[in-house]
Ligand binder design. Structure first.
Ligand code: FAD
Length: 401
C-alpha cells in the first residue's frame, strides 16, 4: 500500500486548508446565528472563489469540470473540507449531490446528463436522494412500499419517504421505487429522476433532527409522491437495478463521509488542545496539566490516526481491486470512524465545559449534525453484522440478516 502524496497534492491540501481558514470558518458563526439560507449569498460567493481557484468538484473528472482526483486523493481533500460543516458544500462535493453526480455520470443517458447532471456539476441546482420510508426499517433497503407503475409513456409514482436530506430547495430527487414487485428482493426497485416541481410531489416538512429543523441544503425532509407522473425516460440505468446502483453509490460515499469525519475530528482535536492549554482551572494551572485531559488528548490522537489509515486503506483497496473486494473494510470504517467521531467530539465538548454546548465553538453543531453518523448509510449494527458474517463464514458459522 502506498499512501505517499505528490508535492502537487501536498500544495493542493495546503491551499485548501488556507482557503478554509480564511473564507469558510468565518461563515460558521453567521450560519449558527442567522441560518444557512440567510448566509447563502456569502456561501455562494465563496463557491465562486473555489471555482476560480480550480478546486471545484474535487472528485469529478476534469472533462466534466472537476479536479479529477482519485478516491484516495479526494479522501485527503475531504478530510480538510470536513474541518467545517460548510466545507463540502462550498467545494460542490456535498452529500447527497456528490453521490448523485457519480451515478448520473455512470448511468445517465445523454439527455439525463444534459438536464440533471450538468447543472448539478455547475452548482446551479441541488438534488436529493429519496429512499428511506417511515413505514419500513431503512436498514433493510430492499423493503420499500413506494411504487412506480407504467402508464403510457410515463411512470406514476406513489409513496412516502423521510430523511430525504436537502430536499428543501432541491430541483430533483433520485427516487427509489418498486417497479417489479414480483422480482427477487434485490431486483424489485429502480431509481427514477423526479423533478420536484412535478405535480403530486409534496415536501411535507423538514424533520427536526437533534432539535434543528434546518433549511435548504442543511435539512432532512419528509416527502410524499401522490400520482406523481414522470416520463419513463427518467429511469436511471436498468429497471430493477435501483439497489445495485445504490450500493455502488454507497462505496465511494462511505470513503467521503469517513474522511469528512476524520476532518471534523482534527478540528475538534485542535480546539480541545487549545482549550486545554488556555483554560486555567486555578492560577497557572491549565486544564492540560490534568491527567484525565491528557488521556482524552492521547486517546483521541491515537483513534484519529487509526481512523485515517483505515479509511485510506479501504480507499486504496476500492481503487485497486473494486468495491466488492473492499466490503469488509468499508463496513469496518463506517462503524469504527463514526464511533471515533462521536468520542472525540464528546471529549472536546467536555474540555470546553458549558461553552462546548453553545454556538461559541462549532463543536455542538458538529455533534448535532453528526450524531446520525452511526445511523445513516447503514446503522453500526448492520455493518458489524456484515464484518462478523464474512469472518464467521470461514469458521463454518452462517449468520442470517
Ligand atoms: C441525518 C440523516 C440523514 C439521512 N439522509 C438520508 C437520505 O438523504 N436519503 C434517505 O433515503 N435516507 C436518509 N437517511 C435515513 C437512513 O438511511 C436510515 O435512518 C437508516 O438506514 C436506518 O433506517 P431507520 O431509521 O429506518 O432505522 P431502522 O431500520 O428502523 O433501525 C433502527 C435501529 O435498529 C438497529 N438495527 C437495524 N437493523 C439491524 C440488524 N440487522 N441487526 C441489529 N440491529 C439492527 C440499529 O441500531 C438501528 O439504528 C438519513 C438518516 C439520518 C439520521
Amino acid at each position: 500500500m502506498d499512501f505517499a502524496i505528490t508535492p502537487q497534492m501536498q500544495k493542493t491540501l495546503y491551499d485548501i486548508q488556507r482557503f478554509m481558514e480564511q473564507e469558510v470558518y468565518p461563515l460558521e458563526p453567521e450560519v449558527a446565528t442567522n441560518g444557512f439560507r440567510a448566509t447563502l449569498p456569502k456561501i455562494q460567493a465563496a463557491r465562486k472563489q473555489v471555482k476560480d481557484l480550480g478546486f471545484w468538484c474535487p472528485q469529478i473528472p476534469k472533462e466534466h469540470g472537476g479536479m479529477g482526483l482519485n478516491l484516495m486523493e479526494h479522501g485527503m481533500v475531504s478530510s480538510v473540507l470536513g474541518h467545517s460543516l460548510l466545507g463540502h458544500f462550498v467545494f460542490n462535493c456535498q452529500a447527497p449531490d456528490a453521490g448523485n453526480m457519480e451515478i448520473l455520470l455512470e448511468h445517465g443517458t445523454p439527455e439525463q446528463k444534459k438536464s440533471f447532471l450538468q447543472p448539478l456539476l455547475r452548482g446551479e441546482i441541488r438534488s436529493c436522494f429519496a429512499m428511506t420510508e417511515p413505514e419500513h426499517a431503512g436498514s433493510n433497503p430492499t423493503w420499500l412500499s413506494t411504487t412506480a407503475v407504467k402508464d403510457g409513456s410515463d411512470y406514476v409514482i406513489n409513496g412516502h419517504k423521510w430523511f430525504t436530506s436537502s430536499a428543501d430547495g432541491a430541483t430533483f430527487a433520485v427516487t427509489m421505487a418498486v417497479t417489479s414487485p414480483d422480482a427477487p428482493p434485490h431486483q424489485r426497485a429502480s431509481q427514477i429522476l423526479v423533478p420536484l416541481n412535478t405535480p403530486g410531489f409534496k415536501r411535507v416538512k423538514n424533520l427536526s433532527v437533534m432539535g434543528h429543523v434546518g433549511e435548504d441544503h442543511a435539512s432532512h425532509s419528509e416527502v410524499r409522491f401522490e400520482n406523481c407522473r414522470v416520463p419513463q425516460s427518467n429511469l436511471l440505468g436498468q429497471e430493477g437495478a435501483g439497489f445495485a446502483i445504490a450500493q455502488e453509490r454507497l462505496g465511494a460515499g462511505r470513503i467521503h463521509h469517513c474522511m469528512r469525519w476524520v476532518g471534523i475530528c482534527e478540528r475538534a482535536f485542535d480546539l480541545m488542545c487549545k482549550r486545554a492549554a488556555e483554560r486555567e482551572v486555578a492560577p497557572g494551572k491549565p486544564l492540560g496539566t490534568k491527567q484525565i485531559v491528557q488521556s482524552w488528548i492521547a486517546e483521541s490522537r491515537a483513534e484519529i490516526n487509526a481512523s485515517r489509515l483505515m479509511v485510506l486503506e479501504a480507499a486504496w483497496k476500492i481503487q485497486n481491486f473494486g468495491q466488492l473486494a473492499a466490503r469488509e473494510e468499508i463496513s469496518c470504517i463506517k462503524f469504527y470512524v463514526a464511533g471515533v467521531l462521536l468520542n472525540v467530539l464528546d471529549r472536546a465538548m467536555q474540555t470546553h465545559g458549558g461553552m462546548g454546548l453553545t454556538t461559541e465553538t462549532p463543536l455542538a453543531a458538529f455533534y448535532a449534525a453528526e450524531r446520525g453518523a452511526r445511523i445513516y448509510d447503514g446503522p453500526d449494527e448492520v455493518h458489524k453484522m456484515v464484518v462478523a458474517r464474512q469472518r464467521l463464514k470461514k469458521y463454518g458459522v452462517q449468520v442470517s440478516t
